[in-house]
Design a protein around this ligand. Structure first.
Ligand code: AP5
Length: 220
C-alpha cells in the first residue's frame, strides 16, 4: 500500500491517515510531523523548516525531499506507507515519480480530500494537538474529555503556531497555487480518487475504505 493523501490544510488528511495506518499496519508519514519533530530536537533542518512554517510558506523542495527519502528508506516503510503532506509541489511529485520508477514501485492511489474553505478555517483554528503523543483534537468537532488535556497521555494540549488565523490564510493561498495543480497531475495518471471531506470523520473513513476496496486494497 503506497498512498498519498492530498488536500488543503485542515482537510483531515492527518486524522484519516492515522486511522488507515492503524487499520492496515503501514506507517503514516507526515512531512509536517517530521519537520515538527526536527524542531523539537533543535536540529539544523528543524530550525530551517520552522522559519518557513511559521510564515505559512512551504519548506524548499530539496530540504523536504532529502528528509522524505530518508524516512521512506526506514524498515517499517518497506511494506508501504501513507504519505500526508507530500508531494506538495509539482517538482516534488515529479522527483517522487522518478524515485518510485527507479525502485520499480508505483503508487497505489492518491486520495484528494476535498473540503469547503469556510470549513477548513474553523477546523484549523479549533484544532488542538498534544505535544507529547501527537494526538489531535478539535474544540468543537472532537473535544477531549477534559478541556485542554490529552485523553491518551494527560499532557496539556496546545495550538499549533501555524494555526493562527493570519498564517492559516497564507497556507490556504499557498495550497491553491502550489499544491492544487497536483490534482490534475495525478488525475492524468489515473491515480486520483476524490473524497468528500466535509462529511463527519467516520463518514470520510467509510468513503476512503470504499475507494480502497475499489482498488483492491481494503481488508478487515
Ligand atoms: P502539515 O503539518 O502537513 O499541515 P497541512 O498540510 O497544512 O495540514 P494540516 O496538518 O494542517 O491538516 P490536516 O489535513 O492533516 O487536518 P487534520 O487531520 O489535522 O504542514 C505544515 C507545514 O509544514 C506546511 O505549511 C509547510 O510549511 C511545511 N510542509 C509540510 N509538508 C511540506 C512539503 N511537502 N513541502 C514543503 N513544505 C512542507 O484536521 C484538522 C482539524 O479538523 C483537527 O482538529 C481535526 O480533529 C478536525 N477534523 C478532521 N477531520 C474532520 C471531520 N471530518 N469533521 C470535523 N472535524 C474534523
Amino acid at each position: 500500500m503506497r498512498l498519498v493523501m492530498l488536500g488543503a490544510p485542515g482537510a483531515g488528511k492527518g486524522t484519516q491517515a492515522d486511522r488507515l495506518a492503524e487499520r492496515y499496519g503501514v506507517p503514516h508519514v507526515s512531512t509536517g510531523d517530521l519537520f515538527r519533530a526536527h524542531f523539537r530536537q533543535n536540529t539544523e533542518l528543524g530550525q530551517t523548516a520552522r522559519r518557513y512554517m511559521q510564515e505559512g510558506h512551504l519548506v524548499p523542495d530539496d530540504v523536504t525531499e532529502a528528509m522524505v527519502w530518508q524516512r521512506l528508506g526506514e524498515a517499517d516503510a518497506h511494506r508501504g506507507y501513507i504519505l500526508d503532506g507530500f508531494p506538495r509541489t509539482l517538482p516534488q511529485a515529479e522527483h517522487f515519480d522518478a524515485a518510485l520508477s527507479a525502485a520499480n514501485w508505483r503508487l497505489s492511489g492518491v486520495f484528494h480530500v476535498e473540503v469547503d474553505r469556510a470549513v477548513l478555517q474553523s477546523r484549523l483554528t479549533g484544532r488542538r494537538s498534544c505535544p507529547e503523543c501527537k494526538a489531535t483534537y478539535h474544540v468543537q468537532f472532537d473535544p477531549p474529555s477534559v478541556a485542554d488535556v490529552c485523553d491518551q497521555c494527560g499532557a496539556r494540549l496546545v495550538q499549533r503556531e501555524d494555526d493562527r488565523p493570519e498564517t492559516v490564510a497564507k497556507r490556504l493561498t499557498v495550497y491553491h497555487t502550489e499544491t492544487e495543480p497536483l490534482v490534475q497531475y495525478y488525475a492524468r495518471q489515473g491515480l486520483l480518487r476524490t473524497i468528500d471531506g466535509n462529511q463527519s470523520m467516520d463518514e470520510v473513513t467509510a468513503s476512503l475504505t470504499e475507494q480502497l476496496a475499489l482498488i483492491g486494497l481494503a481488508h478487515d
